[in-house]
Design a protein around this ligand. Sequence first.
Ligand code: A3P
Length: 289
Amino acid sequence: MADTPDFHLYQHKGFYFISGIHSAEELDKLKDCEIRDTDIFTITYPKSGTIWMQQILSLIDAKGDLSVTDKQLTSEQVPWLELTENAKNFASAPSPRVRVSHLTYYFAPQGLGQKKGKVIYVARNPKDVLVSYYHFHKVAVMLETPKDFNEFFDKFMEGRVCGSCWFDHITGWYTHKDEMNFLYLTYEEMIQDLKAAVLKICSFLGKQLDEQQIDSVVKHCTFKQMKTNPNANYESVPGSLLNHKNGAFMRKGTVGDWKNHLTVAQNEMFDQVFQERMRDVPLKFVWDI
Ligand code: A3P
């Protein structure tokens, strides 16, 4: 572990990032970075189905051919915008620039608001996000292992995690959606009808795939398939970054796991905060299936 960077959360402009992964200087430059019509950004709060979208987008591009996409980690096929090296190279990267990002709207390149590029925002019900993030904190070496679920619950509610506050994230992006080419999707609708979601994404991106190609995309993007896909599970990522013994990246893939974790009091508190923070944002979530 001698050469493991000193990962820790730090605050920049009121948002939380990880030292050794995110450079404040590079993050600041993204705002003024020129956006091209061909740019595509998938925006998620952590644990909302980012890897799922990375798999879907790369397979759509490969017209459903897994042998094309299966040569590298799923996360490398649709790279992270905000990782320091990627952010540094973004301006000069060739088109089409297809990226995923957890950035809050504050850091969004301004060109998006002039209807340049396309944004796919994937949201997941935040109680399941919290639970998934709790388990991921035990796997990800760059994130501090929680003492217990209660401690993590408080941290999440206060937004003291990478990605910052879930409520700020979704309200920030959603309230600006009409200024952008914006597709809003939810994790739960993808669970309920993955094919419909893939068709929606193709239509938004202007991709024309035949029925067989669409079916192939869907087949390789189910939880069952991705769970056994080493690239989707980050299996080749070393133990200095992901502690695979503490759990798989593709963990459970369900809706409603929060019921196995939150106490009645925590759930009531969550509902109260949700009502207050989402008062002006007309979004409904599926909490259980
Ligand atoms: P769980 O921990 O609840 O299982 P992200 O990529 O944003 O970190 O999100 C990871 C979460 O999405 C994990 O949730 C993971 O299992 C789930 N996920 C990834 N691919 C999925 C799929 N094809 N179907 C359902 N859930 C999926």
